[in-house]
Design a protein around this ligand. Structure first.
Ligand SMILES: Nc1ncnc2c1ncn2[C@@H]1O[C@H](COP(=O)(O)OP(=O)(O)O)[C@@H](O)[C@H]1O
Ligand SMILES: O=P(O)(O)OC[C@H](O)CO
Length: 516
């Protein structure tokens, strides 16, 4: 039988990867490159979409070259991406009109009411599954258009296009196809969760011309063929990175979950064809679906700052030179010495949804040294996971038996032990911790029949490591009480500062929005 492979492009918050996988789900090549992070003002985070495309178009041939694979041996390409990050470009020239506004960016936080025409928040949540926050793309897009009348005029004239990173990359890879998938569209605050279509009422609230929006497609299914990077490869899947890792972890069935620790951390529970509404601060989102299949959904606990806290220690504080050093540094002390960090760099996402919360470091004394800070960093990531696991348990009505983990941070054994300690459930890491890329490859392969169905993929999943709690219930609960106090203080501090006002009061009434 002749050789064949599937490719995945994983466009993440800090870097882009291109990987090749064989039929057994084995990674045969990986090419990766970081891109610049821009922080022009407090709370603002931007990317250069043109830089990301330049990197991507070079990585694809590099991944093939490295493994001596011919383009003709690649049967399908899956594109997966950081979600919500908002790009606007000129339809005629393909040039971005400005920097991409990254999902973590909080510039819209104090104008959310205004940016959604003061529509009722519970109506929005009912229709989209999302809380009104700085996180989704829709308000970011309106912020851009409202800030520049010339831009709005061009948008109204049909000259501009909007996309998340999947859309931007496919536009460039194909030379002009303007598409997205249901998982990415479900992060915009512009799509109706039930119909999987752009919603005219939501577009009216956010003053978004429909001509800017990509066509929404199922996640799994060929959308076109590459013309640039490496020409001639069918693009078999588009899928948001967190939904991709749900596939990569083979969490195909309702009740199966995973948590990915990257720039942020994201716990998703597959809820099957049922739309489950959270009463505990979680998002309802789309899981990846194939053409002709009914939509499937997930509950998501999104945490904005995880690896980004480690990056901050590295780049802004100079505490460490490489990310893995955070573990070595934390290992120089036995505990946090009384220091607690709440990394509310983008406010707090799930389950709190507190845009005003600001990052805090508590418990400083002359005793505190670098090692204590490093330990508090890892503990913050773990406690944020506990907060979303507790919310998930409440919504699902039953506790999780174990937590399947993946992502860049899971290389950190002390972090994984700490997560097991604070959750008191086993934490399990598979052999292939690049579940996002693997999931995109699975989706792309399924689209072209490279794998006959999902069930054959389960045999690729192998447990590599498992951690179990090593702390007493008393110690755990004492530390959790300190964390909860710290979260409350970070919220109170941010509110007190009035740093990011929440905008006009929200109405309590549930109902349809006023259309303008
Ligand atoms: N050994 C480690 N310990 C702690 N954090 C790590 C470690 N290795 C990587 N990271 C962090 O993980 C993140 C990168 O993970 P990745 O899954 O590639 O994220 P993304 O897809 O969001 O770019 C970075 O924020 C980095 O600081
Ligand atoms: O780049 P990641 O892996 O942290 O993922 C970002 C998320 O998609 C944001 O919603």
């Amino acid at each position: 039988m002749s050789r064949s492979f599937v490719a995945a492009i994983d466009q993440g918050t800090t870097s882009t990867r291109c990987l090749l996988f064989d039929r057994d789900g084995r990674m045969v090549s990986v090419a990766q490159r970081p891109h610049q992070q821009h922080y022009p003002r407090p709370g603002w985070v931007e990317h250069d979409a043109a830089e990301i495309w330049r990197i991507t178009r070079e990585l694809l041939p590099q991944a093939l070259d490295d493994a001596a694979v011919d383009p003709g041996e690649v049967v399908s390409l899956g594109v997966t991406n950081q979600r919500e990050t908002t790009v606007v470009w000129d339809r005629a020239t393909g040039e971005p009109v400005g920097p991409a506004i990254v999902w973590q960016d909080v510039r819209t936080a104090d104008r959310l009411g205004e940016l959604t025409d003061h529509v009722d928040e519970s109506w929005l949540a009912e229709r989209t599954g999302l809380p009104l926050s700085s996180y989704p793309s829709g308000p970011k897009l309106r912020w851009l258009l409202d800030g520049d009348p010339a831009l709005r005029e061009r948008a109204q004239a049909g000259e501009l296009l909007f996309g998340t990173m999947d859309t931007w990359l496919v536009w460039n890879l194909t030379g002009g196809l303007h598409v997205t998938d249901v998982t990415n569209a479900s992060r915009t605050l512009l799509m109706d969760l039930r119909t999987l279509a752009w919603d005219p009422e939501l577009l009216a609230c956010m003053h978004v011309p429909v001509s800017m929006l990509p066509e929404i497609r199922p996640s799994i299914g060929v959308v076109g063929t590459t013309r640039h990077g490496v020409p001639g490869i069918p693009i078999g899947a588009l899928v948001g990175d967190q939904q991709a890792s749900l596939l990569g972890q083979t969490a195909f069935d309702a009740g199966e979950a995973k948590c990915t620790f990257g720039t942020g951390s994201f716990l998703l529970l597959n809820t099957g064809t049922e739309i489950v509404r959270s009463t505990s601060g979680l998002i309802t989102t789309l899981a990846a679906n194939a053409e002709g299949e009914p939509a499937t959904y997930a509950l998501e606990g999104s945490v904005a700052a995880a690896g980004s806290l480690v990056e901050w220690c590295r780049t802004s504080l100079g505490l460490i030179r490489t990310a893995p050093e955070i573990e070595t540094l934390a290992g120089t002390v036995a505990d946090n010495g009384g220091c607690v960090i709440v990394p509310a760099f983008s406010g707090l996402y799930a389950p709190h949804w507190e845009p005003d919360a600001q990052g805090t470091v508590l418990g400083l004394t002359s005793y505190i040294e670098k090692g204590h800070l490093a330990r508090a960093v890892l503990e913050a990531v773990a406690w944020q996971t506990r907060d979303v696991v507790d919310a998930m348990t409440q919504d699902a009505g039953s506790a999780m038996a174990f937590l399947a983990v993946d992502g860049g941070m899971t290389a950190n054994n002390l972090l994984m032990q700490t997560v097991a300690d604070v959750l008191d459930v086993p934490v399990i890491r598979p052999m292939m911790a690049e579940s996002v890329s693997l999931g995109a490859a699975y989706a792309a392969g399924l689209a072209v029949g490279y794998w006959s169905d999902r069930s054959v993929l389960r045999s690729h999943w192998h447990r590599a490591a498992e951690w179990r709690s090593e702390v007493t219930a008393d110690d755990r609960e004492r530390a959790y009480a300190a964390w909860r106090d710290a979260v409350a203080l970070s919220i109170a501090w941010g509110r007190g500062q009035g740093a990011r006002r929440q905008g006009p009061p929200r109405t309590a009434e549930v109902g349809a929005p006023a259309i303008h």
